[in-house]
Ligand binder design. Structure first.
Ligand SMILES: Cc1ncc(COP(=O)(O)O)c(C=O)c1O
Length: 450
């Protein structure tokens, strides 16, 4: 372990692990047999027992430029000693203005304004509030319904879990928000198993939005929110033309379309954002994760000009009014904004989005080389994302996936599992031998798993 690594070894005993209540974790399993990492560089973590772990998941879909990037580290160090904090209400500092301008220049069209927050969940809740308030300031206050999608993941705020569609994330938390409806999800093994890229079957599922509109009447619907590629539910790739049809239906009925790009933003599909990859323009885009390469928490809500203008037009002409009654103590935090600026520099200087685009065909071949491997019932891919769906063990959903996860970690590969679906999303600096290593390790693990 080098001198800068965390010294956790001496304390890594079950008793000392108890106080921390880990998020989305099998806490009791973890604390019996912890998987701890203590440092990270490039494509690798180092485990507490000193092993190199190849990062197949960019941390949690966030370290797109890989780990320990000097430029980002230096930017953070510099700003924290220079301007540790500045208030975000009525006072600010230059960095978030610069960052918003840079984000704006990454998107084609009129995505002219960025609202900053601290996570993907906050970005989603902020976007939903902006959508509701947008209709209200335009005098269309009856538009209060929000439409999400089954199996959608939009973080863990009350807004996000209300429009989200992952049962366990919702069922414990009461009635959630009123006036929410859900589109059907697009996952269908019968029609789409082992599709490379976007499935041909399933565009018609977007037409369900028309049915929902007929049910509630368009005049009551504020916005539809979807992930362009659903990640956390187990990598669901949108069928061809599906997103385009959603856009058309929203346009027809004056409904805002929100793309939750928390995982697809910043190069995951080989373009800055998925909106460009799919050629479909939502009204609002949420982002986080890759915005700062995961180094400092930060999220953003990117809005088209007309959205922001509606708030400015509505507010008192004198300008002596808050136009949007929403914000966070840490919106546009100096350290996060500095990390964001340095991160965008790294992406740009190293051409990492183009790199992801160039690697995507190799990635696709590697993913589909697992066809025929034990337990594998589907393989899906887009950009530098893959989903590997395993047959669940009878009566024990998730058990096989979890065991695969543990065994991969033992063999030096970090993967992510949702139930029995493995998701891979490596840093965009990954090279071909590392891609081979990921799928070779997976094959070995799966072939030897009950
Ligand atoms: C699409 C999407 N939205 C929102 C979130 C929530 O982000 P955070 O965990 O930063 O709150 C995630 C996290 O994985 C996500 O994938």
């Amino acid at each position: 372990m080098d001198g800068t690594a965390l010294n956790v070894n001496a304390d890594a005993t079950p008793n000392n692990l108890e106080p921390y209540w880990m998020p989305f974790t099998w806490n009791r399993q973890f604390k019996k047999d912890p998987m701890l990492v203590t440092s990270a560089k490039g494509m690798h973590y180092t485990s507490a027992d000193g092993r190199e772990i190849l990062d197949g998941t960019a941390g949690l879909w966030c370290c797109n430029a890989g780990h320990g990037r000097e430029k980002i580290v230096e930017a953070v160090q510099q700003v924290v000693s220079h301007l540790d904090y500045a208030p975000s209400f009525q006072v600010s500092h230059p960095l978030p203005f610069e960052l918003a301008s840079r984000i704006r220049s990454m998107l084609p069209g009129d995505y002219e304004h960025v609202f900053f927050c601290n996570s993907g969940s906050e970005a989603v809740d902020s976007a939903l509030k902006i959508a509701l308030a947008y209709h209200r300031v335009r005098g269309d206050a009856a538009r209060t319904r929000l439409i999400g999608r089954e199996r959608g993941y939009h973080g863990t705020g009350f807004g996000g879990i209300s429009v989200g569609g992952i049962v366990k994330n919702r069922m414990f938390f009461g009635p959630l928000m009123n006036g929410v409806d859900h589109l059907p999800h697009t996952h269908n093994l019968e029609h789409n198993a082992f599709t490379r890229g976007q499935p041909q079957w399933g565009a018609h599922l977007a037409d369900e939005l028309e049915r929902i509109v007929q049910l509630h009447d368009a005049s009551t619907i504020a916005a539809v929110i979807v992930e362009p590629v659903a990640g956390s539910t187990g990598v669901l790739i949108p069928p061809q033309d599906y997103l385009k049809r959603l856009r058309e239906i929203c346009d027809r009925h004056g409904i805002l379309l929100i793309f939750d790009e928390v995982i697809t933003g910043f190069g995951r599909l080989g373009k800055p954002f998925a909106t460009e990859y799919f050629g479909v323009k939502p009204d609002i885009i949420t982002c986080a994760k890759g915005l700062t390469n995961g180094v400092i928490p930060m999220g953003g809500v990117i809005c088209r000009k007309g959205i922001y203008d509606a708030f400015m037009d509505w507010a008192d002409e004198s300008g002596n009014t808050i136009e949007l009654f929403h914000g966070y103590t840490y919106s546009g935090h100096p350290v996060a904004a500095a990390a964001g600026l340095a991160t965008l520099d790294v992406y740009n200087e190293e051409g990492l989005f183009e790199r992801a685009n160039e690697l995507a065909p190799y990635w696709e071949e590697a993913v589909h080389s697992l066809k025929g491997t034990r337990h594998v019932i589907d393989l899906r891919n887009l950009g530098l994302i893959s989903g590997i769906e395993l047959e669940p063990r009878p009566g024990a959903p998730g058990a096989r996936g979890y065991e695969a996860f543990k065994r991969c970690f033992e063999k030096g590969l970090l993967i992510r599992v949702t139930g029995d679906i493995i998701a891979l999303s490596p840093p965009l600096i990954v090279d071909k031998p590392q891609i081979d290593q990921m799928y070779t390790t997976l094959r070995e693990v799966l072939e030897n798993l009950d």
